[in-house]
Design a protein around this ligand. Structure first.
Ligand code: GLU
Length: 460
């Protein structure tokens, strides 16, 4: 283990936003890259919002993405508890430290943190009254991504509310000190809080951690302008889970939101990402979400899977839709999937693309029907194909024998090639105008099914 200790410090809201997932991922990657420690700390001081279910969404999403934590809920660790709601004593102790150092005062029941510096009063336009201000030495924030950012605080701020609860700034800093966090990697929206945090670190006599504020994630330009919000399509990890994305693909695509390996590699094994990842390579400018890229990365992962693994992911998608029973033959499933895997861009599309392998009750594509029906009498053509394929016995039912049968059919009708019958046959057995390679598709569908479906069309 190295000295590096990073943390992901979410406030569970019931959603796992892609921006939070990226923060979690970058912390995790940095911990794994440096052989450091990845801490999961739950910032659940807002009791109303932080329910058990909200926590579950988050933990489930983290596990799904494969972001295992070394310290935190369920795994424990030396610096627990890892729920802020359980750290009341620690916050009290730290409050006492500040109090003893003369850095606090009470006003209207709340406890304020007292900045260091010359005091003066000034009329505040916004509040419409005279307020006390403090001339502090500017805070230099050393940010690994943004460089040196200089900010100053000029007003004391609340660290304990009048109801006795500590504020975000206070608990965030106390925990980073108490948990010996060395690097704070978090969203850019927190940069504006950082000068307060640095003031608190100094007041505690603690060295501030290395900060790294991650760039914003902007909407896919087709969805509008500005920061991606939880209402935007593709913004929640739950959505990718529901849509049967591969977790490794989602993780790979999220890694590219604001980071790249310095060359044009995009599809990378997680080991490669860990090896290449470094905070200094994170970009300063906003990252842009791209729905198509997410889908593309997922497709590349799907294509690369061994068919056994592909089947492992595909089976629940098909059972969920009632297309196959739980105990459906693994061998047959893999034969079907081997044909489709190269062509189907997502597991979500699987039922529509290859449902006809499993049921007669598939949807017929009207466009495909019109296209096929324009090219001659469908019943007559289907009848001809049926007759030709009936000549192939079940024990010979293979792509090669079927090809031979089609060739004879062509010859019998004075044609050089049998392609005239293909679109209609494909439509007859699948209801579609495109799909896997034609002859292997007929082979896998099997003699009975092919003849039955051709028979139905020849009598239509
Ligand atoms: N609970 C804060 C958040 O969810 C954590 C901020 C931080 O990482 O310091 O944004």
């Amino acid at each position: 283990m190295s000295e590096v200790r990073v943390r992901f410090a979410p406030s569970p809201t019931g959603f796992f936003h892609i921006g939070s997932a990226r923060t979690a991922l970058f912390n995790w990657l940095y911990a794994r890259h440096t052989n450091g420690t990845f801490v999961l700390r739950i910032e659940d001081t807002d009791a109303a919002r932080n329910t058990e279910e909200a926590l579950e969404v988050l933990l489930k999403g983290m596990r799904w993405l494969g972001l295992d934590w070394d310290e935190g809920p369920e795994v424990g660790g030396d610096y627990g508890p890892y729920f802020q709601s359980q750290r009341g004593d620690i916050y009290q102790e730290h409050l006492e430290k500040l109090r003893a150092a003369g850095r606090t005062y009470e006003q209207d029941g709340a406890v304020f943190f007292k900045l260091d510096g010359e005091r003066y009063t000034e009329f505040d336009e916004y509040l419409g009254k005279e307020v006390e201000k403090v001339r502090t030495a500017p805070v230099e924030i050393d940010d690994a991504i943004r460089g040196t950012v200089v900010r100053s605080e000029d007003r004391d701020f609340v660290i304990f509310r009048s109801d006795g609860s500590p504020t975000f700034h206070f608990v965030n800093v106390v925990d980073d000190i108490a948990m010996k966090i060395t690097h704070v990697i978090r969203g850019e929206d927190h940069l504006s809080n950082t000068s307060k945090h640095v003031e608190l670190f100094k007041a505690f006599g603690a060295r501030p951690p290395q900060f790294a504020h991650l760039p914003l994630i902007l909407k896919d330009p087709r969805m509008g302008k500005g920061k991606m919000s939880k209402r935007d399509r593709g913004s929640l990890i739950e959505e990718y889970q529901d849509r049967h994305y591969l977790p490794a693909a989602v993780r790979n695509a999220i890694a590219l939101l604001g980071w790249n390996p310095g060359d044009n590699r995009e599809i990378m094994e997680i080991g490669e990402i860990i090896a290449a990842f470094d905070i200094k390579d994170i970009q300063k400018g906003a990252a842009r979400f791209d729905e198509d890229k997410m889908a593309h990365v997922n497709f590349q992962y799907l294509k690369a899977l061994p068919v056994e693994t592909y089947a492992w992911f595909a089976r629940p998608v098909l059972t969920e839709k009632g297309l196959i029973p739980e105990n459906y033959s693994e061998d047959h499933l893999q034969r079907v999937l081997a044909l489709c895997q190269e062509k189907i861009t997502s597991l979500e599309a699987l039922p529509e693309f290859c449902g006809y392998f499993f049921t007669d009750d598939y949807t017929v594509d009207e466009k495909a029907r019109n296209k096929v029906f324009k090219k001659g009498d469908p019943a007559e053509l289907a009848g001809q194909v049926k007759e030709a394929l009936e000549g192939v016995p079940v024990e010979n039912w293979s792509a090669e024998s079927l090809e031979a049968a089609f060739n004879s059919l062509a010859v019998a009708h004075g044609q050089e090639k049998p392609f005239k019958w293909w679109p209609l046959t494909r439509f007859a057995v699948s209801g579609l105008s495109s799909g896997p390679d034609f002859l292997p598709m007929l082979e896998v569908l099997g003699r009975k099914t092919v003849l039955r479906r051709l028979g139905k069309l020849s009598q239509a």
